[in-house]
Write a protein that binds this ligand. Structure first.
Ligand code: ADP
Length: 222
C-alpha cells in the first residue's frame, strides 16, 4: 500500500492518513508534520521553512524533495507508506516519480479529497493539534477531546496551528487551486487518481477511502 493523499487544507487528509497508516501497518509521512517538527526543533531547515509555513505559501520544492527522498529511501517504508501533503506542485510530482523509480517502487493510488471551501473554513476554525509527537488532530465541535486542551491519546497539549488563522487559510486555498490542482490532473492522466467525497463524519470518509482503494467490504472497522 503506497498511496498519496491530495486535497485542500482542512479536507481531513491528516486524520485519514493516520487511520490508513495504522490499518495497513505502514508509516504516515506528512510533509507538514515533518516541517513543523523541524521548526519546533529550530534546525536550519526549520528556520528556512518557518516563514513559508506561517504565510501559507509552499516551502521551496528543493527542500521538500530532499526531505521526501531521504524518507522514501529508508527501510521503514519498504512495505509502503501513506504520503500526506506531497506532492503539492508539478515539480514535486515529477521528483516523486524519480524517487519512486530510484527505489524500484510505484504508487498504488492517489486519493483526492474533495470538499467545498465553506466546509474547509469551518473545519480549520475549530482544528486543534497535539503538540507532542503523536500529532493527533481534534475539532472543538465535531471531534472534541475528552478533556479540553489535552490529547486523548498521550495527554499532550493541544494548540491551534499559526497557519490556521482565516487569512492564512485563504492564502493556502489559493495556493492549492493554483499549484496543487494541476498535480491531481497529472495523476488523473496516469490513471491513478480516485476522488473521495470528504464531506461528512470521519468514519464516513474512512469508509469511502477504503471503497476507493477497492476495500469496501473491509469498511466496517474505521
Ligand atoms: P494542510 O494540508 O492543512 O495545508 P499541511 O500540514 O500538509 O497542512 O501543510 C502546512 C504547510 O506546510 C503548507 O501550507 C506549506 O507551507 C508547508 N508544506 C507542507 N507540505 C509541503 C509541500 N509538499 N511542499 C511545499 N510546502 C509544503
Amino acid at each position: 500500500m503506497r498511496v498519496v493523499l491530495l486535497g485542500p487544507p482542512g479536507a481531513g487528509k491528516g486524520t485519514q492518513a493516520r487511520r490508513l497508516a495504522e490499518r495497513f501497518g505502514v508509516p504516515h509521512l506528512s510533509t507538514g508534520d515533518l516541517l513543523r517538527e523541524q521548526v519546533t526543533a529550530g534546525t536550519v531547515l526549520g528556520r528556512r521553512a518557518a516563514d513559508f509555513l506561517d504565510s501559507g505559501r509552499l516551502v521551496p520544492d528543493a527542500l521538500i524533495t530532499a526531505i521526501v527522498r531521504g524518507r522514501l529511501h529508508s527501510s521503514s517504508v519498504r512495505d509502503g507508506c501513506v504520503l500526506d501533503g506531497c506532492p503539492r506542485s508539478a515539480v514535486q510530482a515529477k521528483a516523486l516519480e524519480t524517487i519512486l523509480a530510484e527505489t524500484g517502487t510505484a504508487l498504488t493510488a492517489v486519493l483526492e479529497f474533495a470538499v467545498d471551501e465553506e466546509e474547509v473554513v469551518r473545519r480549520i476554525g475549530g482544528r486543534q493539534v497535539c503538540r507532542a509527537d503523536s500529532g493527533h488532530i481534534f475539532h472543538l465541535r465535531s471531534a472534541p477531546p475528552a478533556v479540553r486542551g489535552l490529547c486523548d491519546h498521550c495527554g499532550g497539549e493541544l494548540y491551534q496551528r499559526t497557519d490556521d488563522r482565516p487569512d492564512t487559510v485563504r492564502q493556502r486555498l489559493a495556493v492549492y487551486a493554483e499549484q496543487t490542482a494541476p498535480v491531481a490532473r497529472f495523476y488523473a492522466e496516469a490513471g491513478l487518481l480516485r476522488t473521495v467525497d470528504a464531506a461528512g463524519t470521519t468514519d464516513e470518509v474512512t469508509r469511502r477511502v477504503l471503497g476507493a482503494l477497492g476495500l469496501a467490504g473491509a469498511g466496517a472497522r474505521p
